[in-house]
Design a protein around this ligand. Structure first.
Ligand SMILES: [Zn+2]
Length: 332
């Protein structure tokens, strides 16, 4: 699983803030307890002295200090018990100052070995959701709020109604998001404006991000602008631009929205090929949505691109009229 370094950075910053806030809170609690219960401060001093003494003696004898500390267990337990009683008598919860760390699992390092601890991953997921929400301008898009009644139930000439078509599309998308880790395929969403391509992309993005995968969502125009800025050094911040390009190439799920709205040049075609091909080779998944039909794609892009899009992606053809208009008509 590739974590997005920019999002991880933001998550770590928040993690540090939380650890700092916890330490300050702990400090304040101790101060309050010591002010109200001087016996607690004496006991803490005695406990520390006991530990120090045990360690010193064992080091002088060349013994294991951990075993020595364990040996004072009974004595220290008795002192802690008394301390608890003092606290309760003064109206504090018994364990008011017992927590030493914000997260006991990683002792606030944020890492368990080399992988991020769950306390850091929680923040990572929140940061990723926030980043995606602002990109998608998300409202309440989720598989639960998707509504098939936005689509016409009258069969078209082929005998299949838009609603039936979209039921299949919806089921494919939910299964894809749910089983993202096992999936090897990428998706191509084809269909006119306003029939739910961005909506369902957002639903998948949200579910996949929740599973802890890195997700990048961009419009085609923004992706190509970043590649161009990187290639021709048209940027004030080359490192950030390079990092942006790397994220597009390496994230677990890349969503390119509105392919075909960009100005197509030899450069955008070669960048698109690089993105699609690199990600296919490295087994990274991509969702591309476009208003173009298959024929228009063939006309617009080079054969190597089209053969990959139509041959190696699962093509989902969306149907219906603009759902915003239909929702207005239906008062939804
Ligand atoms: Zn932790």
């Amino acid at each position: 699983m590739a974590l997005d370094s920019k999002i991880l950075h933001a998550a770590r910053r928040r993690h540090e803030e939380r650890v700092r806030a916890f330490a300050a809170e702990r400090e304040a609690r101790l101060k309050a307890v010591y002010a109200a219960v001087p016996e607690a401060e004496d006991i803490d001093r005695t406990l520390r002295a006991l530990v120090m003494e045990a360690v010193n003696v064992s080091l002088q004898k060349g013994e294991d200090p951990v075993a020595a500390v364990e040996q004072i267990g009974a004595k220290s337990l008795a002192l802690q018990e008394r301390r608890g009683q003092y606290l309760e008598k003064a109206g504090f919860p018994r364990d008011y100052t017992d927590r030493d760390y914000y997260c006991e699992d990683c002792r606030d390092s944020g890492y368990a070995g080399t992988s991020p601890c769950r306390c850091l991953m929680e923040l990572y997921t929140e940061e990723q959701n926030a980043a995606l929400s602002s990109l998608f301008k998300l409202g309440n898009e989720s598989f639960d709020t998707f509504n098939l009644s936005w689509y016409d139930d009258t069969p078209a000439s082929g005998g299949t109604s838009p609603r039936q078509i979209m039921r299949n599309v919806y089921e494919t998308c939910t299964a894809y998001a749910k089983r993202f880790s096992e999936m090897t395929e990428s998706l191509l969403f084809i269909g006119p404006t306003g029939v739910g391509k961005t909506f369902l992309s957002a639903c998948i993005a949200r579910d996949v991000a929740k599973q802890g995968h890195s997700v990048v969502y961009e419009t085609a125009g923004a992706v190509f602008a970043a590649f161009e800025a990187d290639k021709f050094q048209k940027t004030d911040d080359p490192d950030a631009t390079r990092a942006h390009v790397r994220r597009v190439l390496n994230c677990d799920l890349l969503i390119i929205d509105d392919l075909g709205t960009e100005m197509t040049t030899a450069f955008t075609i070669s960048a698109l090929y690089e993105i699609i091909n690199t990600r296919l080779i490295t087994g990274k998944k991509t969702i591309i949505s476009t208003n173009f039909s298959k024929e228009e794609l063939q006309h617009r892009y080079s054969a190597p691109i089209v053969s990959r899009l139509l041959g190696e992606f699962i093509v989902l053809t969306f149907a219906g009229r603009d759902i915003r208009i239909r929702r207005q008509e239906m008062g939804l």
